[in-house]
Design a protein around this ligand. Structure first.
Ligand code: FE
Length: 357
């Protein structure tokens, strides 16, 4: 700004037309200075998945993305820094984490026609605070050898007496299971969901433990026959060149979508949000919009075996090999609000204590 002063002074003495010209020049200079050339991103999503997306964004817009890959404590970091937080946008998985950011008051509402057009309403916050970018299904993995196809068709079927001692799962307190239980509360009420959870607990083969892939391993090893898992872990096991033993775990099971004759399979999301303290808000919004575009949705679909949220973007070939399916369109916001009740239910029925406890 300092260097412009003499120039403006000369123009001011040269008549009204010149003044107008100088004003225009200054305005565009100010605008050019304000336009964001970079954006700061906190990401819970892994580099292998995010780098190709960010490279494509920079190529399209010229905006540089400074990304910090966080494993834990992103919310705490943003909260502690307050207005000084360097993060303009965040990328994370699970509705629970997105909603926690909203509840903590660290996000700002975004109004964007592109986002509203690209992302179905049940996958975004009604207040525009967070947006789902990929969808994942909580499916069942069924033993190819020991479970007759068609004998288990719904989450409700998990409580059938014939499946006693046959179910494996990770902790009931894990966000993926908490969201599923929250959806059961939404569909059956708290009492109905409690009975269901007690029934699943009674049918467990062992104490809830490990991650989703560990359950497929347990089926392979004959520990159990039925497991809860997110769909993309099946894709990761099927294509795992570094740990080829996981291909055997995947080969032992059939990925099966639930409730296809009714409300559809329970879904969760990964998503993005813009922080309240964003210093590069315009660029942050552009980035989230880009991640919902055809170009980015295709990269997501191919690289992580998730489902694009944007209607019309094809699923990857591998994901398509599991067949078409009907997804539950229950709003993720409703699920988020029922999470505390779901988490309490897990404690109340002592789900993580395992069967016979
Ligand atoms: Fe996961």
């Amino acid at each position: 700004m300092e260097t412009k002063k003499p120039q403006i002074h000369r123009l001011l003495t040269a008549g009204l037309a010149a003044v107008a010209a100088a004003t225009a020049a200054l305005t565009s200079a100010t605008w050019a200075k304000a336009a964001d050339t970079e954006v700061n991103l906190y990401s819970y999503r892994q580099p292998f998945l995010i780098k190709p997306l960010l490279d494509a964004f920079t190529k399209d817009t010229g905006i540089k993305v400074n990304v910090v890959f966080a494993k834990k404590g992103m919310l705490e970091k943003i909260k502690a820094a307050g207005d000084n937080s360097p993060a303009d946008a965040v990328l994370t998985v699970d509705i629970g984490r997105l909603y926690a950011l909203k509840e903590a008051g660290v996000l700002q509402s975004i109004k964007s026609d592109a986002l509203n057009k690209n992302i179905p309403a049940h996958f975004r916050d009604p207040d525009g605070m967070w947006y789902g970018l990929t969808a994942r299904g909580r499916v069942l993995l069924l033993s190819k050898d020991r479970i007759k196809p068609g004998s288990i068709k719904s989450y409700e079927d998990l409580t059938k007496p014939e499946f006693k001692g046959k179910i494996c799962t990770r902790s009931g307190k894990h966000p993926y299971n908490v969201a599923l239980i929250a959806s059961m509360i939404a569909h059956h009420g708290e009492e109905g969901a409690k009975k269901w959870l007690e029934g699943v607990k009674a049918n467990l083969a062992r104490k809830p433990q490990g991650n989703d892939r560990a359950q497929a391993k347990a089926i392979y090893e004959g520990v159990c026959d039925i497991a809860l898992s997110n769909n993309y872990y099946m894709g990761k096991m099927m294509t795992n060149e570094k740990k080829p033993v996981q291909k055997k775990w995947a080969a032992a099971v059939t990925l099966t979508y639930m409730n296809q004759d009714g409300r559809g399979n329970h879904m969760n999301i990964s998503g993005a949000a813009v922080t309240k303290s964003a210093k590069h808000k315009d660029a942050a919004v552009k980035l989230v919009e880009f991640l919902s575009s055809d170009e980015a949705q295709k990269i997501y679909a191919e690289d992580n075996h998730e489902y694009p949220v944007k209607p019309g973007v094809p699923r990857s070939e591998l994901v398509q090999s599991w067949g078409d399916f009907k997804a539950d369109t229950l709003s993720l916001e409703k699920i988020a609000k029922l999470r505390p009740a779901a988490s309490r239910l897990v404690d109340k029925v002592g789900f993580d204590d395992g069967p016979g406890s």
